[in-house]
Design a protein around this ligand. Structure first.
Ligand code: SF4
Length: 334
């Protein structure tokens, strides 16, 4: 464990390092910025004989769409409505794990998504679970038959959010990815191309692949060109896995600002202001997301896009309609 890391990471840094190199959590410089990053020990795992993942199988044939599943917490009806909107146009539905928005246990939520007709991808974070509970959740996700699990260290809970609740971080995302691969699950990992130290992050992708990752989901970058440079650098560092690139989906002030404030993410600020100033911000936001997605899908190594963000300040149902509209445009079914 690197002394001074509030998330107790071994294979850091996390994706939340601020642009000025401050720690996401504490008022000091991120402790992983000096000196070499820890490397995942051991050789790469043998390739699984054939993927059981619907998303990965589809990605081998053509571009795929992974859509964020934004739902009202602890509300099965909301899950059913959002899945009904998105499942016909998305190859996978990615449930998040946000610090200030707890929801059903991941395995239960995945079962609800599956029951509603969706293909569940589940984000599993180390923030709120010790290693034993992470093992329980991985076993539960395998039993439910999730299509894949996105293994993340997790964003830290900010001051005032559930004050007094401990933040666990027994593991970090890389070690969780290894544990998930041992469970037999299809494993994805995140990376933040534009969070410091940008020059060291491509090697992290290669290390996460050696730990067991089969897919890398990229956080938003300022431009497709920067994402392309990151993917190329990851290839040079030894990563051979496919990438899914984040597409910012917003159609109003609130849905845009939430994404802009998230640590480790970068949006094209000029495009954001243009969308918000447009006579019809909804149509402009959908068009901007479609354009960004098409540019990202042209990047070698990028096999799909992650339609990410709340999409609309008018609620989860409307956000799902916005993301579905983007997906329909991409599929040519609008
Ligand atoms: S930014 Fe993340 S990795 Fe760096 S010290 Fe803070 S919590 Fe740890």
């Amino acid at each position: 464990m690197r002394p001074g890391c509030p998330k107790r990471m071994v294979f850091g840094p996390c994706g939340g390092v601020r642009d000025d190199e401050r720690c996401e959590v504490a008022e000091h410089r991120c402790v992983f910025l000096d000196g070499p990053l820890p490397e995942w020990p051991g050789d790469a795992r043998p390739e699984p004989p054939a993927t059981t993942s619907v998303l990965l199988a589809a990605a081998a044939q053509g571009p795929v769409v992974l859509a964020d599943l934004s739902v009202v917490p602890f509300d099965r009806g909301s899950v059913r409505r959002v899945v009904a909107e998105l499942a016909p146009v998305a190859d996978g539905l990615l449930a998040g794990e946000h610090a200030g928005r707890p929801d059903f246990p991941p395995a239960l939520l995945a079962a609800e998504v599956r029951a509603a007709g969706g293909t569940p991808w589940t984000t599993l974070a180390c923030r709120d679970r010790n290693r034993v509970v992470l093992e329980q959740e991985l076993a539960g996700l395998a039993a439910v038959g999730v299509d894949g699990v996105l293994c993340v260290t997790g964003d830290a809970r900010g001051p005032g959010v559930r004050a007094g609740a401990s933040q666990v971080f027994d593991l970090d995302g890389t070690r969780l990815a290894a544990l998930a691969a041992d469970t037999g699950l299809t494993v994805a990992v995140p990376e933040s191309p534009e969070a410091p130290p940008t020059e060291l992050r491509p090697a992290r992708v290669a290390g996460k692949q050696r730990a067991g990752a089969q897919l890398c989901v990229l956080n938003h970058g300022r431009s497709p060109a920067r994402v392309a440079a990151f993917v190329a650098a990851s290839r040079a560092a030894g990563a051979t896995l496919p990438f899914v690139a984040g597409v910012a989906v917003y159609t109003d002030e609130r849905s845009a600002r939430v994404l802009q404030r998230f640590p480790g993410l970068h949006l094209d600020d000029v495009v954001v202001e243009r969308v918000l100033a447009a006579p019809d911000p909804r149509a402009a936001g959908i068009a901007a997301a479609v354009a960004e997605a098409r540019a990202l899908l042209a990047v070698p190594g990028v096999v799909g896009v992650n339609l990410s963000g709340m999409g609309s300040a008018a609620g989860e149902d409307d956000g799902a309609r916005v993301k579905a509209a983007v997906a329909h445009e991409l599929r040519g079914t609008a």
